[in-house]
Design a protein around this ligand. Structure first.
Ligand code: MCN
Ligand code: CUM
Length: 804
């Protein structure tokens, strides 16, 4: 049989890896046909709503539900007293702490859940919430972690007298843990002996992922079958199923967890919230489905925040600029409960990647977790488990050191980069970086933006400014970041004891199309598009003929979900491995059909052909049909495979970002003149989707660096709980990005891919911030805290005496 198409044409028809295949999910999203949690409507469904604390710290002296119960439509009101007999008035957090589901005697942050009203409709539930009478006795409020460690006020009375926490000794009643990595004495010695030491406090403020869709769920207990179905905005549906089983005692096979379409997660939907527990209890009690969906204020005030890290740093170097040591002490504000989502052994996430892209021989990191009267959560918002904080820290410290050395910050970076021949590279704080070529990426970036000319322009501008010819300064923001994504391996990464592998199951249908199911869940990342591309390239069926399914625990293989940019590094690897199992069986079938030995056929894009006789072949489509319909001696019928993949290491994507910013000294306003983002995420599956991820992540980074903040007053009132106060960029503010790439494949990943979802947030925040600092560097600015909103930039200029 002769084929009309060339190899390249056949390959292009697959729309496999490397193709900018259009997102298949957008057919539904752009027509308003997405199915989100709030679109789920079940017969007889009730609605839940929370009574929340107006105080940040108070004793709850009484709760009277009588008036609420009298409101037509209100079915029940749950308080901690009702949950206590079930052992559900507190729940375990992902960080080994526990958290009140409903206020048990006191409240620890503004907006904390106090009572749960269940009603026939949303409006009756809201009226019920208004009618619940709660008496509070105010207690002293602590919103600053440094004060918390000195205060006599005991925030967590339930832990009083406990000197051991989930992560070792506690030094004070408001202290959670100390986490230490690296060589303390060695680093102190290096600091003492160094030519130059730069020291700075780098604060990464509290912010919030603010997905457009808030968190919610529908719990439906079928009392006849004994089966609980829980629909919800879950980034880790299988983990939720196991945890629900463990804390409720319902057998795991009787629980089905479904994540329908998710309208953005960004880490906000990893943890477990009181709303989930209360809805499940309410459905069990009433025998009816119960829906709970947050409003915007509830989402911003009470669900997983991000950052809030005070990072004290010291960096040592020779006169020539070779870094000799790095020291960091971080005070981490975790709010009222430690509900950070980290792998169990990493209470400060992967903050120990804070040596960044640099070959730093000696380093020491200590992190102290602290309770305050703020909302719990943490480690969310495109962060890769505190890598954003680590990258911000090191990229600020490099700039501070460059000032101290009076050196160009691009050159200082170049001198200290890990060299390409040093990979795999063992970092001083314990990681093995898999691969990278930082020098090449850096040169590519500097050339692309015309770095030398930009510095000349900047120098001219400073002269003009000093001569009174202009009131605008230019800032050139530089960043070279190294990410760490793809948790596992299982041996050192688990969440609540659940090992962090991931999975893929592929079934080929007789006519040569397929369905694949994964343990991950897309929240906008386009998995249905990209994972089909991996399969297409691996087994030679068109991506368009492969359906992808995620998020239903009754059908998907067990996996740990989507966060920490782990889907491609882990589930993507499982996908390739499952596909390869299928190809291995297909090879045997092809050999049988072609009447040759297994070793005498070879793979060619979408077929096996006889070695040396390419005109004799069987396409994957033909093989699939034979797998089901032809008796093949020694082989079972069917063509399907599953892979559970435990990665040997994480992957280390990296990038070089450069921002050029104009700053008006008199108004504090800024304009992003250009933003260049070079990302290296190893083998690229879908360049268009990667671009989309970079645009989105950079826009979030822009928001964080330039204005977004979860702010509290001294009474613990959250001052930024609406989108009037919390900066979310619209198309108007969003800068234009130039994206670029390099490809350094991961040596241990089956297709060489690394994650990319969080990279642009990790890289862009220091880049924007460094641009602001760089503009004022000639006038003596060393460090100023984010967010760099107009007022704060204006204040920098004023404090430097730049206003007449
Ligand atoms: N990709 C690719 N080639 C690579 C790496 C990735 O084509 N070498 C593609 C992937 O196949 C996938 C997308 O890029 O379609 C992101 O992949 P990956 O980096 O593996 O990240 P995850 O799929 O695990 O997504 C998680 C990551 C995180 S942790 C946050 S937070 C975040 C982010 O993704 N949340 C998002 N991007 C988001 N994008 C949207 N639209 N919505 C969110 O909630
Ligand atoms: Cu850290 S935000 Mo993402 O891991 O879902």
């Amino acid at each position: 049989m002769k084929d009309e198409l060339t190899q390249d044409q056949r390959s292009a028809n697959l729309k496999g890896m490397g193709s900018s295949r259009k997102r298949v999910e957008d057919v539904r999203f752009t027509q308003g046909k997405g199915r989100y949690v709030d679109d789920i409507k079940l017969d007889g469904m009730l609605f839940g709503d929370f009574v929340r604390s107006p105080y940040a710290h108070a004793r709850v002296t009484s709760i009277n539900t009588e008036a609420a119960m009298a409101i037509p439509g209100v079915v029940a009101v749950l308080t901690a007293k009702d949950l206590e007999p079930l052992g559900l008035h507190w729940m375990p957090t992902l960080a080994g702490d526990k958290q009140m589901v409903l206020a048990d005697g006191k409240v620890l942050f503004q907006g904390q859940e106090v009572a749960y009203v269940i009603a026939n409709d949303r409006y009756a539930a809201a009226d019920g919430v208004e009618a619940v009478e709660v008496e509070y006795e105010e207690l002293p409020v602590i919103v600053n972690p440094f004060e918390a460690l000195k205060s006599n006020v005991v925030l967590r009375e339930d832990l009083e007298g406990q000197t051991e926490g989930a992560h070792g000794p506690r030094k004070h009643h408001n202290h959670i843990f100390t986490w230490e990595q690296g060589d303390k004495e060695g680093t102190e010695k290096v600091l003492e002996e160094a030519d130059v030491v730069a020291e700075e406090m780098v604060y990464y403020h509290r912010t919030h992922p603010c997905p457009l869709e808030t968190c919610g769920c529908v719990a439906s207990m079928d009392k006849v079958t004994g089966k609980l179905t829980l629909y919800g905005t879950f980034q880790a549906p299988h983990a939720i199923r196991t945890v629900v089983s463990l804390i409720s005692g319902i057998a795991e096979h009787n629980i089905r967890v479904v994540s329908p379409d998710i309208g953005g997660g960004f880490g906000n939907k990893v943890g477990a919230y009181a709303g989930y527990v209360c809805s499940v209890v309410a459905s069990i009690v009433t025998g009816k489905p119960v829906k709970w969906v947050e409003d915007r204020m509830e989402n911003l005030m009470t669900t997983a925040f991000a950052r809030d890290y005070w990072m004290q740093g010291k960096i040592a170097a020779t006169k020539e600029g070779k870094i000799t040591g790095l020291w960091c002490h971080t005070t981490a504000d975790h709010g009222g409960f430690d509900a950070c989502a980290d792998p169990t052994k990493f209470p400060a996430g992967f903050m120990n990647i804070c040596t960044g892209s640099y070959d730093i021989p000696t380093a020491y990191l200590a992190v102290d977790g602290v309770y305050t009267n703020k909302a719990p959560g943490g480690v969310s918002y495109r962060c890769s488990f505190r890598v954003t904080e680590a990258a911000y820290f090191i990229e600020r410290m490099i700039e501070v050191l460059a000032i101290e050395l009076n050196m160009d910050a691009a050159e200082l970076r170049r001198i200290n980069f890990i060299k390409s021949d040093q990979f795999p590279y063992q970092s001083a704080l314990g990681w093995e970086y898999d691969s990278g070529d930082y020098h090449r990426a850096w040169d590519q970036a500097l050339n692309a933006v015309g770095y030398k000319e930009l510095r000349e322009e900047q120098a001219q501008r400073i002269e003009d400014f000093k001569a009174g010819k202009t009131r605008k300064l230019i800032g050139i923001g530089l960043t070279h970041f190294t990410e760490i994504v793809g948790a596992g391996p299982v041996k050192n990464c688990d969440i609540l004891g659940l090992g962090m592998f991931d999975s893929c199951e592929i079934r080929i249908h007789p006519t040569g199309s397929a369905i694949a199911r994964l343990g991950t869940i897309s929240q906008g990342q386009g998995h249905a598009t990209t994972f089909a591309q991996i399969i297409a390239s691996e087994i030679g069926l068109p991506a368009d003929d492969i359906t992808l399914e995620e998020g239903d625990t009754d059908t998907a293989p067990y996996g740990l979900g989507t966060y920490g940019s782990r889907s491609t590094p882990v589930a993507g690897a499982a996908t390739a491995m499952a596909a390869r199992k299928i190809r291995a069986k297909a090879q045997m079938i092809a050999a049988y059909l072609l009447e040759v030995h297994d070793d005498d056929v070879e793979w060619d894009v979408d077929r096996f052909s006889v070695k040396g006789a390419p005109e004799r072949f069987k396409t994957m489509k033909e093989i699939a049909f034979a797998a089901y319909n032809q008796a093949i001696p020694g082989l079972e019928p069917g063509l399907e495979a599953v892979s559970y993949y435990d990665p040997p290491n994480m992957t280390y994507p990296f990038g070089a970002y450069i921002c050029v910013m104009e700053i008006d000294v008199d108004t504090g306003e800024h304009e992003i003149r250009s933003f260049y983002a070079l990302d290296d995420c190893g083998t690229r599956i879908n360049p268009m989707i990667i671009d989309g991820q970079v645009h989105g992540g950079c826009t979030e980074g822009y928001a964080i660096a330039m204005g977004q903040e979860i702010a509290y007053d001294e009474m613990g009132n959250c001052k930024s709980a609406t989108l009037m106060d919390f900066f979310l960029p619209t198309a108007w503010e969003t800068p234009t990005y130039t994206t670029d790439f390099a490809v350094t494949p991961s040596p241990h990943h089956p297709i060489g891919a690394k994650g990319v979802g969080e990279s642009p947030n990790v890289g862009s925040v220091p880049c924007f911030s460094n641009a602001v600092h760089d503009a004022f560097r000639p006038f003596g600015l060393v460090q100023s805290h984010m967010p760099h909103d107009h007022w704060r930039i204006w204040k920098i200029a004023k404090d430097l005496g730049l206003h007449s």
